[in-house]
Design a protein around this ligand. Structure first.
Ligand SMILES: NC(=O)c1ccc[n+]([C@@H]2O[C@H](COP(=O)([O-])OP(=O)(O)OC[C@H]3O[C@@H](n4cnc5c(N)ncnc54)[C@H](OP(=O)(O)O)[C@@H]3O)[C@@H](O)[C@H]2O)c1
Length: 296
């Protein structure tokens, strides 16, 4: 059986929806079985035959982590370590999700799995520590770094943009951070592929949807596709601004596209283009999921 940890977050909800669609045997938990509580974790595992743990839980407030680094580290590093320990005891594999924010963004080409890490902020540091603890634990593991997630459950940049575009005449969006938007539905298919393809693939992998853009370009496409899907009801101008003009608590990498060559080859995976996935999300999945979302 699969144990999905963090099933109430944005990625976790999507993962659970996929496990259900595939009719797989699973158990799912979130905060009610805290990954900070080894006894609670062991109690939940007792009597179950856990083959895989998929960890979608985390402390994910990038700016908040600057003020709460201890908490971010407890969840993203120590909590992940507890799951790794448990996976070892249960002889289960651990699939863990990490981030492009472990890099400093000074490279000119997409980051490969073995490139040097150098997080710029507390969130990235806590996620990197989590990776190190998992590796040191000796458990069978796959660490998948991903980037710029959005998904049906939200909240995400896409949700925020749709809301602002329906409220305001203009929005300013940073144009000097480049990355790869990733639809959670695409990522969950890749995570599950590690299990379905046999699981002898320990190590670090990068997954993002194909293509690289700035947040500003992303916002422009959200506007276009949102209008087409009937999710944006009025005109809205979008202006590019520099990161320096948008003060945020945490520094973010200016360039964080991830090379997906390794995961594509290992899993024989076809990765969709980011704009195809965005259109699919807005035209099909978003409205279905957000039944209460009011459109024009
Ligand atoms: N979002 C992105 O753009 C992005 C980009 C790259 C990588 N990632 C990684 O992808 C993973 C999933 O991200 P997400 O955006 O889905 O995050 P999310 O929506 O914040 O979901 C995380 C879930 O973990 C839960 N959680 C927090 N502390 C816990 C604990 N001690 N025990 C058990 N559950 C706990 C959260 O509960 P509460 O909501 O109550 O705190 C939430 O339900 C994370 O590892 C994140 O670092 C995300």
């Amino acid at each position: 059986m699969i144990w999905l940890v963090g099933n109430k977050g944005m990625l976790g909800r999507e993962m659970e929806a996929l496990l259900r669609r595939r009719r797989l045997d699973y158990t799912a938990t979130d905060r009610e079985v805290s990954i900070l509580d080894p006894a609670a974790l062991s109690r939940h595992a007792a009597g179950k035959r856990i083959d895989w743990i998929i960890n979608c839980a985390g402390y994910t407030v990038v700016d908040g982590a600057e003020d709460e680094e201890d908490l971010a580290t407890a969840v993203n590093a120590d909590g992940a370590g507890r799951l790794a320990e448990l996976a070892g005891e249960l002889d289960a594999g651990l699939i863990h999700v990490s981030t492009d924010y472990v890099f400093d963004g000074t490279k000119a080409e997409p980051y490969r799995e073995d490139d040097a890490t150098n997080p710029l902020g507390a969130y990235g540091r806590s996620k990197l520590k989590g990776e190190e603890i998992i590796r040191a634990s000796g458990c069978r593991h796959v660490i998948v770094r991903t980037s710029w997630l959005y998904g049906t459950a939200g909240p995400s940049f896409v949700h925020t943009m749709l809301r602002l575009m329906n409220e305001r005449d203009a929005v300013d969006v940073v144009d000097d951070q480049i990355g790869s938007p990733t639809y959670t539905r695409d990522l969950t298919e890749a995570l599950l592929a590690f299990i379905e393809k046999g699981g002898a693939m320990s190590g670090v992998y990068h997954y993002s949807d194909e293509g690289r853009i700035s947040w500003y370009d992303f916002a422009r496409e959200i506007f276009r596709a949102g209008r087409e899907a009937g999710l944006v009801s009025r005109p809205c101008r979008i202006y590019p601004i520099a990161t320096a003009a948008y003060p945020a608590r945490a520094r973010r990498p200016a360039f964080s596209p991830l090379s997906t060559e390794k995961i594509r080859k290992t899993l024989d995976l076809a990765i969709p283009l980011w704009d195809h996935s965005l259109r699919r999300f807005l035209s099909e999945d978003f409205r279905r999921w957000n039944e209460t979302y009011t459109t024009c």
